[in-house]
Every structure is written in C-alpha cells, then in structure tokens.
Ligand binder design. Structure first.
Ligand code: ADP
Ligand code: MG
Length: 699
C-alpha cells in the first residue's frame, strides 16, 4: 500500500521495540518476560490480565462493614500458625491499620505462612466479619505493598500470569509504564463508523482500561471491546475459510433425483426418522451444487448417522463417482463395513475394505482397484491417506470422527479431477458455542431423534456397598441371554498399565462374580486381528461379557449387549461416560448402566449426577462444558486453532452470537475484505488465523 506516512511507520516500529529497551527491564527481567511470551512493547500492551484484585472499596479497619467486599492496608504485627487437630491448621495474620486491627485467616494452608513477615506492609481484601474483638477476613486476597509510591489507592488492579522470579507488582509496574507511554500509538482496527454502530470503545480508550480500570463499568466496556474483537476476527477468518472452500473449488454435481432417491431408500429396511430425512435433504442440497459440501453431521451414538452417510455415498456412486469412508480405528472401520454389507446386500455397489492390517499383496491389489476405478465404495482407516492411493473419481469423503481426528488435520485424499464433497461425522454432541467456533467453517446438521423402538438406558451410580447386588443382577440378565460390557479406565494414559488393570479385572471377575459365564477381553495393545476376533466372538454371543477399556470401539453395534458396568466411573469425563453408555442403547431390550464410583470431588459428584439424570447428549454436553470449561475436551489447540486470549465461550456466548452475525454480514458485503476501511481487520485475520485456517490470501 502506498502512502504510508512516516509517523505511522514509526509508531509501528516503536510498538515492535523489544522489551529489553524498556525502562526498568534489564537482561534478567527481559528473559523472564520472554518466558511469558512477551518480546515486544506490543506484546506487553496486549498481555491481558487473567483476573483483577478489587481494592476499589478501601477502608480503615475501624470503618469496616460486615459482608461487603472491602480492602484494608496496614502492617503485619503477628503471624500465628495453630494446629486444629486431625492434621488441620489455621494461620492467623494480624494487621494493624491506622485506626484498628484486622485478622486474616487461612485454614489448612500452612504454606501461606511463608508469604508474611513482621513489619511487612500489606493490603488484604475480602468480606470481613466482626468476631469477638477484632474484624476477621477468611481467605482474603492479599498483596504485598512494594514501595509507597506504587501503592494501589482505591483501585481495581490487574492480576497477570507470572513466572518464577517475577512479582505481581513488578509486572504491573512494567505494564503500567508501557500503557502510559505507548497506548496512544495503537492504530484502531475498526472503522470509526463501525465502533459507533456497535457501541464499541476505541482501542486507545479500551486498552488502558483493560489493564487499570477506573471502575467496574469501565472494565466491562473495555473487556467487551476486546472480547468482541477477538471473536469477530475469529468469525471473519471462519467465514473467509467457508467462502474459500466453497467459491474457489469445483466439485461434481451429484443431484438426488427422484429416481435415485427412491432407489437408495429402497435399500433401507426401515422408515427413515424425521431427523434422518431432514439431514439427508440438507446433504443432498449441498451435493447437488458444483461447490464442495463441507458439513458436520452430529448426533448421539445410535442416532442413525451411518445410515445418513451411506445415503450420501450411494448418491455419489449413483452418479458414477467413488466414495470413501474413514474411521479412526480398525474396529470401527470394520463396524462400518458390516453396516454397509447389511444395507447393500441387495445392491451391486462394489466395495472394499482398506485398513492398516491388510496383507501387503491384498493391499496392493486394493490400491490398484481404487486407482483404476474398479471399486465404488472404500471403507477403512487413515491407512487410506497414508498410502499413496490416488482415487480415480472421488465424489465424497466421509470422515467418522468419533472424536479422534482433529477436524483441522482433516484428511486430504489424493484424487484426480474435481474436489470431493466432505461429510464429517461426530458422535459427541458439541455445545453450541463450540460448534460456532471450532467448527465454524462447516455447515452443521444435527440428528436429535433416534430410531423408533429404542429402549431407554437406566443409569445408576453405585457405591461399594451395593456392588454385590449389581453383579447378582448382571448374572440374572446374562442368564436371560443378554450380554455385558465391563469398562475399566485407562490408567495413566498408558496402554501397558491399562492392559494390566484390565487383566486384573478380568481375572477377578472370571474367578468370582462372573465365574459361570464366558468372558472376553479387548484392549489397545492387541493386534487388529486379535481385536477383530474378540469383537466377532462378542457379536456372535460366544463372549457373554466383554472386559474392555474406554478407548476402544466407541461405535460398536451389538444390539444384544444391554448391560454395562463402568469401573472407577469418577475418572471418566461426562462425554466419555455418555459415549460408553451409547453402546448399550442399540437393541430392543432396556439397557442398564451401572457406574461404580467413589467421587472424591464435588465436580465429580455433579458429573455423575448429571450422567444418571438424563440421557440427552446435548444437555450433557452443555453441563460438561459448564463444569469443565471448553479447555479439556474441545481444546482449541488440539484442533489447531490458536487459543482465545480473552473471550470465554461460556461467559461471552452472547457476544459470540453477535460477532458471528456481524462477521457474516461483513463478509457478504465485502468478501475479500478489500475495502480500504477493512484493511486492518484483514491484517488481523491473516496474522492470527492465516496459518491455522489456511486463509493466506483473503481475497
Ligand atoms: P450411529 O452411526 O449414529 O451411531 P447407526 O447409523 O450406526 O448410528 O445406527 C444405529 C443402528 O440403528 C443401526 O443398527 C441401524 O441399522 C439402525 N437404524 C438406523 N436408522 C434407523 C431407522 N430409521 N429405523 C430403524 N433402525 C435404524
Ligand atoms: Mg455409527
């Protein structure tokens, strides 16, 4: 771009100044800052507080009011650590302020003692209570006051992430200095009219207030500005990506004509559910366009996704194209093969299986068939990608994610000619806000109903004392002809340990509670052939109760298996528990899931309560999200997106809706962000998401 003025250029340069040139930052501190990822002045400006200390209501100890958040500054006069018996202790720190005394009290935190010393100047903040002779704050937040001139006065102070060797007050001092000298150099990202329209504070106003807010209202406004910006830039990137996947690629037009539709439906021995009809029509509409489909199909285990995927594959085949379906594990791939065999028994569709376990000769032959276009449908694992399989005429790729692939590392299959359509399936119900971010570049179809005649699964959380009774119940059901899964957790993420604990469980049951029954074992360290054999035995009923870990065989379909015992259920995440339970909801007998658990934390107890109280996967997903935050399961990094720095998908879901709507509107009006007013936005999009989303050149 021509015409960049020298002053603009120099402010950009100034903002890029390395931190070592800042006042008060020597080589040692510079290294500490770098450890926090702070290399330049600009990094420091955008180093958002992780929290705030609220000293806005500061009082003397003589003027405190009960139950309100207040702060008191003073000098430490007494530090006393007392035992309270049974290994407990209480730390009392007496602080003298100008007009009275305040005691800070910490229970069972002996290490807090080291943080105090006689004569130390501190600020305590919390909700005080008058106890006998003195005001007391329990577990107050506290600050060591550095030197008099830096002392907070009636402020809301930022709390920054720190690293060993760097104190909170030092960090504040550095940031305060940079904010004072450099925030005026910042260039606005949004056009002024946009700020006005959306009631957003300008950058230069918001930035100082996010670090050192005047009051609560200012902090909220400042925060909103940055949360909006962060989510808006992400949504722009996703919208751009959608357009690129769409507009700049060509795919075969695969229309579901009435004749084709009737021919496919005739193969299904049942009436499609309303949800299946709806999602099929969404998919068919996508596939009849000359641009690629990029659709996420989500639905609980057993909701009938595979049937929908098979419809889509047959649609491709009906037009003379090939379709590939990939599962994350061999056993799941095999499960799909079986489903397909069942549905396609009466059809002439040519199909092959492609997994890592194929003998070399057969593998070569299969590759040749695929390349020559002699097969229509390929079902397998990622081995399809790893091998040099170039499809002759690939129309559709179905990726059964089952939560193991990252969508970002999405499989790209080699193929000649046009780009295939993509359908990604996930059996993990995803909270709405997460769908809108991590999967924001995909269209989403959701199956909420399940095929008729399904029996509910009754779930119970069972303590040690009721164990024997449950095994009795299991024995009765097994004698009636039902089958059972017995799931043990993956200890330490190590397959070897898991196998050991699994074998121990197996031995115990085989020589005890389930002695009279045929038990089997399946785990991740078995070869694919061994796993297949065990699964087949289970399917045929030769194994009555299968001892397994949680990682294997999520989508396995054995309708006669209606019993499940989960050992150490408190160790499992909610999504995982729900997935496990999904295995026993597939037949016409009611399912019984018994979670043996000893929840040690309130969170674990709540998780198990949620698990036993509903079988709605979407409801559970929202609960899980609320309990654990998005970090665990839906970690953005795991999906290849840079982490959000300030927005919180739980707390900021309304801003997310707004940002998404606004981003779509802007991209519709200015697809390439080529309007000069949008140059800064475009720059932010490319800088932050260019690599992760491959949206290099926006235009
Ligand atoms: P998912 O892939 O979502 O776990 P599947 O597609 O494998 O579910 O379906 C689970 C079971 O339900 C399969 O045995 C399948 O044949 C059966 N099924 C699917 N759709 C229907 C339907 N509309 N009516 C009756 N049974 C169905
Ligand atoms: Mg399935």
């Amino acid at each position: 771009m021509a015409g960049m003025s020298t002053s603009e250029k120099s402010s950009a340069e100034t903002l890029a100044t390395p931190v070592q040139f800042l006042k008060g930052v020597g080589p040692a501190r510079c290294e500490l800052l770098e450890r926090l990822g702070l290399r330049t002045v600009s990094d420091v400006l955008f180093f958002f507080p992780r929290d705030y200390q609220d000293f806005s209501d500061e009082r003397d100890a003589g003027e405190l009011e009960e139950g309100k958040l207040q702060s008191v500054r003073g000098v430490v006069e007494e530090i006393e650590l007392r035992s309270t018996g049974a290994g407990g202790c209480v730390l009392g720190v007496l602080v003298r302020s100008a007009g009275g005394y305040l005691r800070g009290v910490w229970f069972n935190q002996p290490f807090m003692q080291e943080k105090f010393s006689h004569g130390q100047r501190v600020m305590l903040s919390g909700k005080p209570k008058y106890e006998g002779l003195v005001w007391v704050m329990r577990h107050p937040r506290f600050e060591t006051l550095a030197d008099e001139e830096d002392e907070p006065a009636g402020e809301i102070l930022p709390v920054y992430p720190l690293t060993e060797g760097l104190q909170q007050w030092q960090m504040r001092k550095i940031v305060r200095g940079v904010v004072e000298t450099h925030s005026d150099l910042l260039e606005e990202v949004f056009p002024q009219s946009y700020l006005d329209e959306h009631a957003l504070w300008p950058l230069r106003r918001a930035l100082p207030q996010i670090h050192f807010p005047d009051d609560h209202a200012s902090l909220e406004r400042a925060r909103r500005r940055f949360v909006y910006q962060e989510l808006f830039i992400l949504q722009l990137a996703l919208a751009v990506k959608r357009r690129q996947q769409h507009d700049q690629r060509r795919s075969p037009v695969l229309e579901a004509t009435a004749k084709i539709d009737a021919r496919i439906r005739r193969l299904f021995p049942f009436e499609l559910t309303a949800g299946q009809k709806q999602t099929i029509s969404e998919i068919a509409a996508d596939m009849s366009a000359a641009t690629p489909m990029n659709r996420l199909l989500q639905g609980d285990v057993g909701s009938g996704k595979t049937v929908v995927a098979v419809y889509a594959m047959l649609l491709a085949v009906a037009h003379g194209y090939q379709a590939a379906m990939m599962a994350p594990t061999e056993v799941l791939a095999r499960q799909h093969v079986l489903t397909l065999e069942k549905l396609l028994a009466a059809s002439q569709v040519r199909r092959v299986q492609f997994t890592g376990g194929l003998p070399p000769k057969q593998r070569r032959a299969t590759v040749e068939q695929i390349v020559a276009g002699e097969v229509d449908v390929v079902v397998g694992t990622q081995a399809i990608i790893q091998d040099d399989v170039a499809f002759d005429k690939l129309g559709l790729v179905v990726i059964d994610e089952q939560h193991k692939f990252g969508v970002r590392q999405r499989a790209t299959l080699k193929h000649a000619g046009l780009d295939p359509h993509y359908l990604v399936m996930t059996a993990t119900p995803i909270p709405r806000t997460v769908t809108m971010t991590l999967f924001g570049d995909l269209d989403v179809s959701t199956l909420r109903d399940s095929p008729p005649g399904r029996q509910p699964v009754n779930t119970y959380c069972v303590g040690e004392e009721k164990r024997a009774g449950w095994w009795e119940f299991f024995r009765k059901k097994l004698r009636d002809g039902r089958q059972a899964y017995i799931v043990t957790p993956l200890v330490d993420e190590s397959e070897q340990l898991a196998a050991a604990s699994l074998e121990a469980t197996y031995e115990t049951l085989a020589n005890g509670e389930l002695e009279a029954f045929r038990l089997g074992l399946i785990h991740g360290r078995m070869s694919p052939a061994e796993k297949d054999a065990a699964m087949d035995d289970f399917r045929r009923g030769e194994i009555q109760a299968l001892v397994c870990t949680s990682v294997v065989e999520v989508g396995v379909d054995v309708p006669n298996a209606t019993l499940m015992a989960i050992e150490d259920a408190q160790r499992f995440g909610l999504a995982q528990l729900h997935q496990l339970r999904g295995r026993i909801s597939r037949g016409s007998y009611p399912g019984f899931c018994c979670a043996f658990a000893d929840p040690q934390t309130e969170e674990a107890a709540e998780r198990l309560r949620a698990f036993t109280s509903t079988t709605d996967g979407f409801e559970l997903a929202e609960t899980d999200f609320r309990l654990r935050g998005p970090g665990d399961l839906f970690g953005t990094q795991q999906h290849g997106l840079p982490p959000l720095r300030i927005a919180d998908l739980l707390r900021d879901n309304e801003v997310l809706d707004e940002a998404r709507r606004d981003a779509h509107a802007l991209i519709a009006a200015d697809p390439g962000l080529s309007n000069p007013d949008h140059a800064k936005l475009r720059e932010r999009v490319v800088k932050r998401y260019g690599k992760a989303l491959e949206v290099g050149d926006v235009g």
